[in-house]
Design a protein around this ligand. Structure first.
Ligand code: MEV
Length: 311
């Protein structure tokens, strides 16, 4: 039997833009996916007991199957000859947008490595999870699996010329409370990524302008996080949400939740992850503000996760 786990995450700046080599900032959250693997039975069987959004598991089932096949290939196993029972659990809810797929891929890869006594470095696990992520995101940047593997607060830049990605740990003076609000809509990250690519091709001038703004913004965000200027971080999150609206990955529900959070006093709020449904992240320093924002969302029937960045 082997065990493994992977971190959930929230992208604070520049989802989608990171796919094009623009830096992004991601933070692991203190919820993880866990996996237990046993070599038994026939073929690959998955028992997914993660708590979460209704239908998440069913909707992602086909992609999950493909991701495990990709993972086994990356680990040089013959999919036809291996018999595995995989149990998935942990306290990371199956919401879209908080890295549930990447966290589960990292957890499964680590559990398989544990069961087969493979001594795999984090770098290798990250690579395997990246291959698995292709099933969920098509052409992923690698930001989700990186956060799921290493944890912490990370500056991530995908290499556009096939060399290594830039992965730098950032530090916060102290952890900061956030609220993740879930629209309840299970989104398809792959379709969202493809949508951006298609619209960019139709209007390259507009997209070049927006990409430039996203790039400038993320450097300011890095400085503000470094200085612990949380008001500025919040303002930049609002602006980042606006850019994400412009590339058409937000939705009415996401806009509604983000503005609800701001009205309750959140320093800033934006969609997080692939968009089109899924979640928003609201910056709510201090337990009182976090509680206020979360309660209001819950009163309106939304599921929330109260957690922290910079842990
Ligand atoms: C999904 O969490 C983040 C995206 O930018 C896709 C990716 O970077 O792989 C939408």
């Amino acid at each position: 039997m082997g065990r493994g786990s992977g971190f959930g995450k929230t992208i604070l700046f520049n989802e989608h833009f990171v796919v094009y080599g623009i830096p992004g900032i991601v933070s692991a959250i203190d919820s993880t996916a866990s996996a237990i693997v046993r070599q038994t039975g026939e073929g690959i069987r998955v028992k997914d007991e993660r708590k979460g959004a209704k239908g998440y598991t069913q909707k992602k089932m086909v992609q999950q199957k493909e991701s495990i096949s990709r993972m086994l290939k990356a680990m040089s196993f013959d999919r036809e000859k291996i018999a595995l029972e995989i149990w998935l659990g942990g306290n990371l809810p199956g919401f879209s947008g908080i890295g549930a797929s990447a966290a589960s891929s990292v957890a499964i890869a680590r559990a398989i490595a544990d069961d087969f006594d493979l001594d795999l470095s984090d770098e290798k696990i990250n690579h395997i999870a990246y291959e698995a992520e292709k099933a969920y995101a098509g052409t992923p940047s690698g930001i989700d699996n990186t956060a799921a593997t290493y944890g912490g607060l990370i500056w991530f830049k995908k290499s556009v010329i096939g060399k290594s990605d830039i992965i730098e740990k950032l530090s916060l003076k102290k952890p900061v409370e956030i609220v993740i609000g879930n629209t309840g809509i299970v989104a398809d990250t792959k379709a969202m990524v493809e949508g951006v690519a298609a619209r960019r091709e139709m209007d390259p001038i507009k997209y070049d302008r927006l990409f430039k703004q996203a790039e400038e913004l993320v450097f300011q965000a890095r400085d503000s996080l470094n200085d612990f200027s949380l008001r500025t971080v919040g303002e930049l999150m609002d602006r980042n949400h606006h850019l994400l609206q412009e590339i058409e990955v937000s939705s009415e529900e996401l806009d509604y939740l983000a503005s609800l959070a701001r009205k309750q006093g959140a320093y800033g709020a934006k969609l997080t992850g692939g968009g089109g449904g899924g979640c928003i992240v609201a910056l709510t320093p201090g337990k009182a503000l976090q509680h206020k924002v979360a309660r209001r969302m819950q009163n309106e029937g939304f599921q929330v996760l109260k957690t922290r960045i910079g842990i």
